[in-house]
Design a protein around this ligand. Structure first.
Ligand code: ATR
Length: 278
């Protein structure tokens, strides 16, 4: 058998990344001969580590925190969605040796909402929490699903307003602070802040949700995140973590690299089970 095609996820820290687990299963499913590893690189090491990986025959990289913006600067060519996000989570070697940068995060979120959770976005009121890189990456695909209204709330209000301005050509959206959210519940609330990762919660008015709201945390963990717990405590029937987004964005990357769309449902259940085991 010929040597496997090499892929990896690059980040800092990266030891806990679930990407190798996911891509190994995608490859098994479709009989693809690939090897997928982790590369830990600090920001100072990032550019050299990417160059070395591709010089040594690597075919594609997933890029994670904190390198997504730097990866966008490094790529010779960006897909329109990566250019719009200003961030790259997938690098692919072109035939001419240059690097193509893509961003599959937003498509991953949209697929998870639509296909796995059967959530309709069109015509609904959507609230996005946070205005950092994670939210910027998913704004265009979310607006593409034509919500009736999209509000971005952030601790630093100016960042929410700036994002709303940057994407205003794609749909109706507004930026504000948490205190200005008003008292009408939203249909869908998506947490894209980094608060969950620190075990924290943005200062959310309880009036933004009702029992029928759908709450989604882009973060995930072994146990419910503070945002998911907050939603359940307020009587929200459906509050979920973003494990499906992780699997779906990986499937989009796999498709770009290998031209094959893997089955995500079986991998998502395997990953959920693995996470529960700890
Ligand atoms: P990422 O790439 O994960 O989005 P980022 O660009 O640093 O990381 O953005 C982090 C986001 O989480 C920001 O919206 C940040 O709010 P500020 O812009 O006001 O800093 C938000 N965030 C982080 N910790 C938070 C907390 N404890 N409460 C509320 N928001 C928080």
């Amino acid at each position: 058998m010929s040597a496997p095609d090499r892929y990896a996820v690059i980040g800092h820290p990266v030891a806990h990344s679930r990407s190798p687990f996911i891509h190994e299963r995608f490859a098994q499913q479709s009989g693809q001969n690939i090897q997928y590893t982790r590369i830990d690189a600090t920001p100072a090491q990032f550019a050299a580590a990417v160059a070395e990986f591709f010089r040594d025959g690597g075919r594609g990289l997933n890029v994670t925190v904190p390198h997504k913006q730097e990866a966008a600067r490094l790529a010779q060519e960006l897909t329109p969605r990566a250019r719009r996000a200003g961030a790259v989570n997938t690098l692919m070697l072109r035939d001419d040796g240059g690097l193509l940068g893509d961003n599959t995060d937003g498509a991953g979120l949209a697929r998870d909402l639509l296909n796995n959770h059967h959530i309709r976005i069109a015509g609904r009121r959507v609230l996005l929490l946070g205005a950092g890189g994670a939210v910027r990456g998913v704004l265009a695909p979310l607006l593409g699903l034509k919500p009736a209204q999209l509000i971005i709330a952030n601790r630093t209000v100016e960042k929410a307003q700036e994002l709303a301005r940057d994407f205003s050509d794609l749909g109706k959206l507004q930026g504000c602070g948490y205190a200005e959210l008003g008292s009408t519940p939203y249909d869908i609330v998506i947490n894209g802040t980094a608060a969950s990762l620190a075990g924290e919660l943005p200062p959310l008015p309880p009036t933004i949700v009702e029992r029928t709201s759908f709450c989604y945390d882009m973060a995930y963990g072994r146990d419910d995140t503070p945002f998911v717990r907050w939603a359940h405590e307020r009587g929200v029937a459906r509050a979920v973590m973003g494990l499906g987004m992780l699997v779906e964005q990986a499937a989009e990357s796999f498709h770009l690299w290998r031209g094959i769309r893997p089955d995500t449902a079986s991998v998502l259940s395997a990953l959920t089970a693995k996470l529960r085991e700890g």
